[in-house]
Design a protein around this ligand. Structure first.
Ligand SMILES: Cc1ncc(COP(=O)(O)O)c(C=O)c1O
Length: 384
């Protein structure tokens, strides 16, 4: 037997890990509604035409070589203008997944920690684990807004940064200006940089939101963004990191080396990202109004079903739903639900230290399909 490394055991991605179990049940004839992955494409949402045209044009112009490792110069310039930084502060990555990987590699040593919210996006957990960092979570209140007292308590001498995911995956929370200012003040007080995951920053359908990086002033922020969500094009695998504020020079030099060792990001997709950022952005308004309709169905159905509690999402397209009932844990709940034909993700994949049971679902389906998913959830809960 060829043994996998010990380190590899630290890697998990519960959002996709559930698919193997779902496929087995599907193969026995159960019709499945997949609500596990945050991908708009299977639900009929397409990237705007001008972005797809830009990909075609780039292919015709023969962008088939390796791009510069740090990114296409015109794209870096476009991002720099959008983010009010210099092109040298911008690095193009293969999805923000790679950007997160690079930032954690650049900033974590064994025994150090980057503060994460609980619940969190699971990639952060894996990155912290495989860098042999110490996992430190800050808590959130019942509406999933970061709890600043808890954040303060978790900062220690080994803390190197604070991660803020807003709008949030898995909760759909959109943080208030007051909370964001509180985080900025705390980071300033402890001289910590902020890692701002801004991947859903245009997907706010309830109220207004100014991303933290737009008013963080002197606190150093590295912001991550991507074509995946805001431009409905996750298959493009192109994203960026933009650094603002002082003190990043050594980290930027490290990020450059991390970019160099993996050579390049798809060049034609980088060309398309230029068109995406320059606009038009009409698709966002339409998409957000579709999300709001679906969110309202989600809220209504969760309120109607005994045993489910929801803090209504205001952005992104995820809900983190609390379950009360006889299930031993949320994994048992989610695996039981698979047999009814609904694929969700156990909350413990996002929040290993939470005692209550949660599951995460995406509310991207067409209204009829979303209703059908909730009919199945309701049936499942009544059976027990
Ligand atoms: C909060 C968050 N950050 C980062 C990513 C990674 O995005 P991508 O690698 O597609 O750019 C995702 C994907 O779902 C996400 O939800």
């Amino acid at each position: 037997m060829i043994e996998p490394s010990k380190r590899s055991e630290l890697v998990s991605y519960p959002i996709r890990d559930i698919v193997q179990a779902a496929k087995k049940i599907e193969a026995q004839g159960t019709d499945m509604i997949y609500l596990n992955i945050g991908d708009p494409a299977p639900f009929g949402f397409r990237p705007p035409k001008h972005i797809l045209d830009a990909v075609k044009e780039a292919l015709d112009q023969n962008y088939s070589g390796y791009a510069p490792s740090e990114g296409d110069p015109e794209l870096r310039k476009t991002v720099a203008e959008y983010e009010h930084v210099s092109p040298d502060d911008v690095f193009i990555t293969a999805g923000l997944s790679e950007g997160i990987d690079f930032v954690f590699q650049a900033m974590l040593d064994p025994g150090r920690n980057i503060l994460l919210p609980t619940p969190t996006y699971p990639l952060y957990l894996t990155k912290e684990r495989i860098s042999y960092g110490t996992i430190e979570f800050y808590g959130c209140d019942e509406n999933f807004e970061p709890d600043l007292d808890s954040m303060r308590k978790r900062i220690n001498e080994f803390t190197t940064a604070i991660t803020v995911i807003n709008p949030n995956n898995p909760t759909g929370a959109v943080y208030s200006r007051k909370t964001l200012q509180g985080i900025i003040d705390l980071a300033g007080e402890y001289k910590l940089p902020i890692i701002a995951d801004d991947v859903y920053d245009q997907m706010v359908f309830d109220g207004e939101m100014t991303p933290l990086r737009r008013f963080s002033k002197d606190v150093p922020v590295v912001s991550g963004n991507s074509m995946s969500k805001n431009y409905l094009y996750p298959g493009a695998r192109v994203a960026y990191l933009s650094f603002q504020g002082e003190g990043w020079d050594d980290i930027k030099e490290t990020i450059q080396r991390l970019c160099n060792q993996r050579l390049s990001v798809n060049w034609e997709m980088q060309r398309a990202y230029i068109s995406a950022i320059k606009g038009p952005h009409n698709h966002i308004k339409e998409f957000n109004s579709e999300l709001k309709k679906r969110r309202d169905i989600l809220v209504k159905r969760c309120n109607e079903i005994d045993g489910l509690t929801l803090a209504a999402p205001k952005g992104a397209f995820y809900a983190f739903v609390k379950v009360d009932g006889p299930w031993k844990n949320d994994t048992e709940f989610v695996h039981g639900l698979l047999k009814e034909g609904v694929v969700t993700v156990p909350g413990s994949g996002f929040a290993p230290t939470l005692n209550e049971k949660y599951f995460r679902l995406v509310f991207l389906p067409q209204p009829e399909q979303l209703e059908e998913a909730f009919n199945r959830i309701e049936r499942y809960m009544k059976k027990i």
